[in-house]
Design a protein around this ligand. Sequence first.
Ligand SMILES: *Cc1c(COP(=O)(O)O)cnc(C)c1O
Ligand code: SF4
Length: 352
Amino acid sequence: MPAVKTHLEPTAGNSPRRHAPRDGEFIAADWHTDLRTAIRDPRELCRVLNLSPEWAEQAVAATADFPLFVPRDFAARMRPGDPNDPLLRQVLPLAEESHTITNFSLDPVGDQAAELTPGLLRKYQGRALLVTTGVCAVHCRYCFRRHFPYGEAPHSLEQWQPALQMIAADDTISEVILSGGDPLALRDELLAELAARIAAIAHVRRLRVHTRLPVMIPQRVNEALLAWLTDSRLAPVMVIHANHANELTGEAAAAVRRLVQAGIPTLNQAVLLRGVNDSVAALAELSERLLDLGAVPYYLHQLDRVQGAAHFEVPIAEGLAIMEQLRARLPGYAVPRYVQETAGAAFKVPLG
Ligand SMILES: *Cc1c(COP(=O)(O)O)cnc(C)c1O
Ligand code: SF4
């Protein structure tokens, strides 16, 4: 597949697949500054958090093909001096990332096979997923798309046209999911226009957004975003991504509340991660916190076996035991569905 050359193309020295935003990539807005000033140097992250230089050395060595990227607002929610902080664990590169582990692949969920046209994935009936950008507001070390060839995906209205035509040609598609990367890393003007073009396709009923930005850079939930999401003919659905209750404090909690108060159904997906949320107490508190904010726990994902993330894996048997205790402790609606994505399956497969 020929690589599409765009201004989003990563530069030499950066990851060949993922990159942090550069100047001029976004129209100035308050959240734009938060993206630009995010921490990119492991040494700085360790300095800010009072961690010994050994952690930084390890992190520098492990970032060769997936750079560190941590918004300051998120770093401020971490406990200084604690290398085991559950938020830090999600973003701190460890030496284990470089180990090659059998059964951990570059494309664990069969994204490549599900690509209808560049940037459009179709795995499940009725839903089509648009990979809108490779940019994220944070680099999660366990990311299943950490090796996705974002450089080849379309990044502009013109380049999305073939994907939109395919959606228009298939009247079984009732929901379009904006994903990435993180779709909310794009400008609201662009997203509003994309949403309008999707709304012009009569058989599409819902527009879903998969994003970590409300949690990472809470200022992103601004008036312009709420306007294009709620002014549309399409019913909006927001799926945020938080793995631990400590992520949902202060401004991030307020951002989730703004979404809910705007009438947007807001769901959360989390990934079961060793050292982050692999306990009944952590997951119960995550659900309670979401409910405090009016959001709903949706999925708890079994880790996708992507190369570099093996040290985050929790065995399914352990996950099932945690789920059993969660069920005994929480209202039914507060228990997320524990699922695993299996390449070729017709849905995210429930584990129990
Ligand atoms: C996860 C995913 C969806 C959404 O699945 P739901 O079970 O509806 O949340 C849709 N398309 C693709 C390609 C996905 O990976
Ligand atoms: S925000 Fe999502 S897509 Fe981006 S690095 Fe994290 S898990 Fe991956």
